[in-house]
Design a protein around this ligand. Sequence first.
Ligand code: GLY
Length: 256
Amino acid sequence: MMFAITRGVSPAIDRCELTHIDREPIDFSRACAQHRQYVEALRGLGIQVLALPVEPDLPDSVFVEDAALVLDECAIMTNPGARSRRPELESIEAALTPYRKILHVQAPGTIDGGDILVVGKTVFVGVTTRSNGNAIGQLTVMLEPLGYEVRPVPVTGCLHLKSGVTQVADDTLLLNPDWVSSAYFPGLNFLEVDPAEPGAANAVLVGGAIIFPTAFPGTLKILKSAGITAVTVDADELAKAEGAVTCCSLLFRHDD
Ligand code: GLY
């Protein structure tokens, strides 16, 4: 059974961290409605949703992905690069504890889950303003004994690795080549975003389908032409907080 940890939108979202985009007003009701639509999309794809209580004082707390890396063998709590986001971890660690052995990235390592893309037994980690070499070294020590290879990937022009590249099928990545180079992913196939839609590389792969924003019709056409099945959701209000669709869930498998 696949599970997803989610958390509703904080009423403080208008005080979120922003790095690469300008602040503009966020319509809280619209953001909440979009989040509900996202959760329904997960449920529609057969995911069991574990919805955590809203955190009224943690502006970015809807973006649960950044708090942890969940693998079959363990969950690694991150140490988010933005100090304001570190209190988000406590409730997520509590939610994961029944399902996984918990490990921790320690300071001075910093890392956001949005910088981690796992493809098979390879863990690609974006080197960004949020995630540093120290944390990548810690991940390597934790994960190599479990058979994973950890590979750093330079990222420019966007917040996280997964702003610029995500997996959309078993052997296929969706990529914005201006932000992340395909050279760091040998042996995989690529689809490139529509050049008019630089923010379109973020998709959530769930089983044989992706959850994908309605805001990127050109890239959606490219995906469909490649035979990818997409469930579309409105996510433009949440995007004003510099978060994308992968950010809103922590997906993992658990069988009784
Ligand atoms: N607002 C998302 C982040 O900066 O972490």
